[in-house]
Design a binder for this molecule. Sequence first.
Ligand code: ADP
Length: 426
Amino acid sequence: MSVLLGAIADDFTGATDLCNTLHRRGMKTVQLIGVPKAGTRAPDAEALVVALKSRTVPAREAIAKSLDALAYLKEAGARQILFKYCSTFDSADEGNIGPVAEALLSALDADFTLYCPAFPEAQRTIYQGHLFVGEVLLSQSGMRDHPLTPMRDSNLVRVLERQCRHPVGLVPYATVACGAERVAAAFADLRKAGKRHAIVDALFDRDLEAIGAAAADLPLITGGSGIAQGLPANFRRKGLLGAREGADRLPPVRGSAAVLSGSCSQATQAQVAYMREHTPAFTVDPLAAAAGRDVASEALSWARPRLGERPILFSATAPPDEVAAVQERLGREASGALVEGILAGIARGLVASGLRRLVVAGGETAGAVVGALGVSALLIGEEIDPGVPWTLSLGEPALALALKSGNFGKPDFFLRAFSVLEGGEQ
Ligand code: ADP
């Protein structure tokens, strides 16, 4: 098996979302957490997605990390590179989307790429270069007041022009609606006119398929996870990828099971409440830990007689007033780090005593757990709820991991996750 697509994602959960799209379209996909050390052998996969944390770091740092990832992916044999960012084009005026794309273009010795963050399934569409979130312009959506990357201009041509040294063009919807050939011709015209960058309109999934087909021979493509929809078909047309519909299931993983929840988002609150009705639960109390109790050890002693095939729950999830009270006592960052540390410690202890199947709720929490377990690569498997797949960690011991950020998933997510893993309903 050879690597066809190499992707660089500017954050962890965005990378998983992209992996999920590629897996659903039949590519064997591995997510790498950061850039592997030089000389590390690439995993056996058709798509490799390197997850960076480069969205909001200074542009120079984002460029350096992205070029490292590119070097690794080229070495691994990737034939085409995808730079993945958020479907709301999250970036500051000085970057990082434009500067990273320009650096990748020069490193690839290429002079043109497209930008299409559209994701119709999540109601992100682009018309005349303007990004809409549902019915409203990006600048009128919640992104207007994002703490790190406030988006107050919906015209992506203008946004990108502020970030790039070279001029930016537009492929308007009137062209996109005519299909892949017309889009490819528009790319050629813009390139002749000296434009290195093109924002591309898209309203429907079929537009993303057409844009993907038009981009078959571009060394670099940029966009949200939606743009990946059209790419597996290109490799199939070239005879490089098999015709199968979905990718293979993950190999079965035996060993005890648990759920660790450090997310206090609304969806997770409902999921934890549901799970508490069905399974033994240990409540992680940050104030007890702050008072000097070894909560991770207490949790592990509690778990010992209960661990088995049926998942048990460890939860720090609390309603907003409780979280606020803890934050007031301990500070926002300190309480977050404390809870993440406890859950990561529990995860390490559980794996040491034979746990092999684990669901983690919370983006930051998942990062902490994966870091503590020393996991650096994940093979993507079955989707549980939209955007959240099971994964298999590569390396010893092999763990089945489902990493769910904040507001993803229905109330029965945790139990359903295990039934999906066992080959049950999806
Ligand atoms: P989400 O994906 O829902 O945003 P995260 O894991 O990214 O979840 O963030 C939740 C943060 O809240 C983490 O830093 C976690 O440690 C912290 N946290 C979880 N439970 C509590 C609690 N009971 N009190 C204070 N902070 C908590």
